[in-house]
Design a protein around this ligand. Structure first.
Ligand SMILES: Cc1cc2nc3c(=O)[nH]c(=O)nc-3n(C[C@H](O)[C@H](O)[C@H](O)COP(=O)(O)OP(=O)(O)OC[C@H]3O[C@@H](n4cnc5c(N)ncnc54)[C@H](O)[C@@H]3O)c2cc1C
Length: 287
């Protein structure tokens, strides 16, 4: 905002940027303690998404429609909802600028804009997603496609990926693998599928206590682990993916992992759990 700004058009004691899980949960908690608080939530989306359930949609255990609700139905009644995006924060003068030109003054500011998924950081990914057997549970648009692919795979190769932190949910990439393998095991086709889990990090899970129990499932599903292997490029039509692989000495090489489908293979599955670090990134306008 420029120096000609004369003052905010709207004022609130507490302003919350973002009506996602954090924003709505925080506002509900505050209002439970003191219903008289003057709170304004700034959120552009008319829909509120329950993102953790996208993992279950990809595993065939939840319907996509049940993961979305009207924002108006989850917004606490005592709060004022401004349906707009914040484009600028003038912290020194305690006001925000919205994308519709309005300005909002605040006494206290809570910033909950979530993380932006930077699909563009992996070459070819945006073009490939949702077709050619390339999918991601991190996207409302593609979680159902994951289940379609899982159901359709009868043999061949399934590549799962986990990028470097920051990621939205440390468990989500693995849950996709376990749910998929469980379905293939129950369907009697797991022994015809070559399952590979590429992790950018050097451990199956960041908290050591969880590693042994998780390893039992990796062994049960006969999944191959590829550590320090980070997805950098996808070619959907060619059904190939490229990874930056770091060895113990720190040398980095680029490795292509092509489709090695067996004859009974109907599809090959490449499940992208997220992009290249730093991924995700803060949403534009709210850095
Ligand atoms: C596939 C998947 C599985 C997951 N599994 C789990 C799990 O099992 N357990 C778990 O605890 N967590 C899980 N998570 C993570 C969890 O969903 C997130 O941590 C949570 O949604 C974060 O809440 P948030 O409010 O910070 O962000 P979000 O829920 O993303 O909400 C951010 C909101 O801010 C709004 N916004 C963005 N920019 C602006 C702006 N400039 N102005 C105003 N508003 C803006 C957006 O429109 C959005 O509504 C999972 C996530 C995914 C994707």
């Amino acid at each position: 905002m420029n120096d000609q700004h004369w003052g905010p058009t709207i004022s609130a004691d507490i302003v919350v940027i973002g009506g996602g899980t954090a924003g709505i949960g925080f506002v509900a908690s505050l209002l439970k303690r003191d219903p008289s608080l003057n709170i304004t939530v700034i959120e552009p989306s008319a829909e509120h998404y329950y993102q953790p359930a996208w993992t279950l949609v990809g595993g065939g255990a939840y319907t996509l429609e049940d993961t979305v609700r009207p924002m108006s139905s989850v917004m606490p009644r005592q709060a004022t909802w401004l349906q707009a995006s914040v484009t600028d924060i003038a912290a020194d003068r305690q006001y925000l600028t919205l994308d519709d030109g309005r300005t909002v003054g605040y006494q206290n500011l809570i910033v909950c804009p979530g993380l932006r998924l930077a699909w563009e950081k992996i070459e070819g990914l945006q073009e490939a997603l949702g077709q050619h057997g390339v999918t991601s549970n991190y996207s409302y648009r593609h979680a159902a496609y994951t289940w379609e692919l899982v159901k359709g795979l009868r043999g061949g190769k399934a590549i799962f990926t986990q990028p470097p932190i920051p990621i939205k949910c440390a468990g989500a990439p693995q849950k996709a693998l376990y749910l998929s393998c469980d379905h293939w095991l129950k369907s009697g086709v797991l022994n015809k599928i070559d399952v590979e889990f590429n992790l950018a990090g050097a451990a199956l899970f960041g908290v050591p206590t969880f590693v042994p129990p998780l390893m039992k499932y990796i062994e049960k599903y006969n999944a191959r682990l590829a550590f320090t292997s980070n997805l950098i490029k996808v070619d959907g039509p060619a059904k190939a993916a490229w990874f930056e692989v770091k060895d113990a000495a720190g040398n980095v090489t680029v490795e292509e992992k092509p489709s090695i489908c067996c004859t009974s293979c109907r599809r090959r599955l490449l499940r992208i759990s997220s992009g290249k670090a730093p991924w995700p990134t803060p949403p534009a306008g709210a850095k």
